[in-house]
Write a protein of this length. Structure first.
Length: 93
């Protein structure tokens, strides 16, 4: 019982949503995605986009599992609508 209660009050596992670089998605589109879906201001969004562009990947934010999964789906749907190959994944933080 003590164990069950301890497990119940464990903080939820967190997941980071990660953007991956590609050669085709416009920088402006990635900045827009970071502003729209990750509530980043223009300066922070630009910094994250440039990090992905230079280093191949970058963390957009850290969320609970359901929120992270929803954000990945929203980003991929927006990329598809725009005809961009942008890839977005989630991984345990
Ligand atoms: N590398 C892209 C370009 O030069 C820009 C880009 C940045 C694409 C971040 C994807 O997650 C990405 N247009």
């Amino acid at each position: 019982m003590a164990e069950r209660q301890a497990a119940k009050t464990e903080p939820p596992r967190m997941y980071q949503v990660v953007l991956l670089n590609d050669d085709y998605t416009p920088m402006e589109f990635v900045v827009m995605v970071l502003q729209e879906y990750f509530q980043r201001d223009l300066e922070t969004a630009t910094q994250i986009m440039l990090k992905v562009h230079k280093e191949g990947r970058g963390v957009c934010g850290v969320y609970t599992k359901d929120v992270a999964a929803t954000k990945v789906e929203l980003v991929l749907a927006a990329a598809r609508r725009g005809g961009h190959p942008l890839q977005c994944i989630m991984e345990a933080a």
